[in-house]
Design a protein around this ligand. Structure first.
Ligand code: GLP
Length: 276
């Protein structure tokens, strides 16, 4: 695991978008794992900008999202399909048939989960998985005590997740209390992982996830087992980290980070992608 501390949430998102863009330029057929949530809105804003201004090409890219609510139709504004179309897919040259999310409206949810895992394998596995973190340490919707080898399945959401995420619904009571999510094991199968964490409200859980013990109580702590996991955070999220000095030294000195060390450009994010 490598951890990079950026000055603010904008620069952290820009670095993540730049890492994704580099992977896509190196491998146009990239199989990209995607995440939702407020933190990702900036990343998708920068990817749209790179597509428009630098011709970043998504035409051969395939995407798999981490999770989807159970029972929401794709055109429901609270669904993750709607989120992805609105923030990313409708603004880039991706073939929509190459964008996959778990099907939370399937009559047989278990079969839909099995099929999701099979489809990922048919496409050769996920090359790069983007992750955020929930307040309880979840990645995807892997709530506390999710098995560290779990696969895509149905999951009941915790009261704290429901409280946090329901604010994104026009009517909070419309938020489903269950979701389909890739398992922790599914996520760990990705060849590369980028975890993006910003804001002071995430500082405690970030420290537990990256510097605490590996435990099913904090699903993100399983990322410590992954051989190619990059964690990008802002100064606010970093305040509780013990080894900050070392992380800063690695970013400032390791050759692999050289091309990303220039101060992040203060770029204009398109108005409809501006984080709320
Ligand atoms: C949801 C998603 C997670 C995401 C989390 C954090 O619960 N299922 O994948 O990481 O939200 O969201 P935010 O970025 O809004 O804090």
């Amino acid at each position: 695991m490598e951890l990079v501390i950026q000055p603010d949430a904008e620069c952290a998102a820009w670095l993540v978008a730049s890492l994704i863009a580099k992977a896509l330029r190196e491998k146009p057929h990239l199989v990209l794992g995607l995440a939702t949530g407020r933190t990702m809105e900036r990343v998708y804003g920068y990817l749209v900008q790179m597509h428009r201004e630098e011709k970043l090409d998504f035409s051969l890219c395939r995407t798999f999202n981490l999770d989807e609510y159970i029972g929401l139709s794709p055109d429901h504004p609270g669904s993750y399909r709607y989120y992805m179309d609105h923030h990313l897919f409708n603004h880039i040259n991706i073939d929509h048939r190459n964008t996959f999310l778990p099907d939370g409206t399937a009559p047989d949810l278990k079969a839909a989960c099995r099929r999701y895992e099979e489809t990922i394998l048919e496409f050769g596995g996920i090359d790069l998985q983007l992750l955020g973190i929930g307040a309880d340490g979840h990645i995807g919707f892997n709530e506390p005590l999710s098995a560290l080898r779990s696969r895509t399945r149905e999951k009941a959401l915790t009261p704290s997740t429901i409280a946090v995420n329901s604010t994104l619904f026009r009517r909070p009571e419309e938020m489903p209390t269950r979701a389909l999510t890739m398992g922790v094991g599914t996520i760990l199968d990705a060849s590369n992982i980028i975890l993006l964490v910003t804001g002071s409200t995430k500082s405690d859980i970030l420290a537990k996830a990256v510097e605490g013990p590996i435990t099913a109580m904090v699903s993100a702590s399983a990322l410590q087992l992954h051989p190619h996991c990059q964690v990008v955070v802002d100064e606010h999220a970093a305040v509780k980290l013990q080894a900050q000095e070392y992380y800063r030294w690695v970013f400032d000195n390791e050759p692999d980070w050289a091309e990303f060390r220039a101060p992040c450009p203060s770029r204009k994010v398109l108005p409809h992608h501006r984080p709320k």
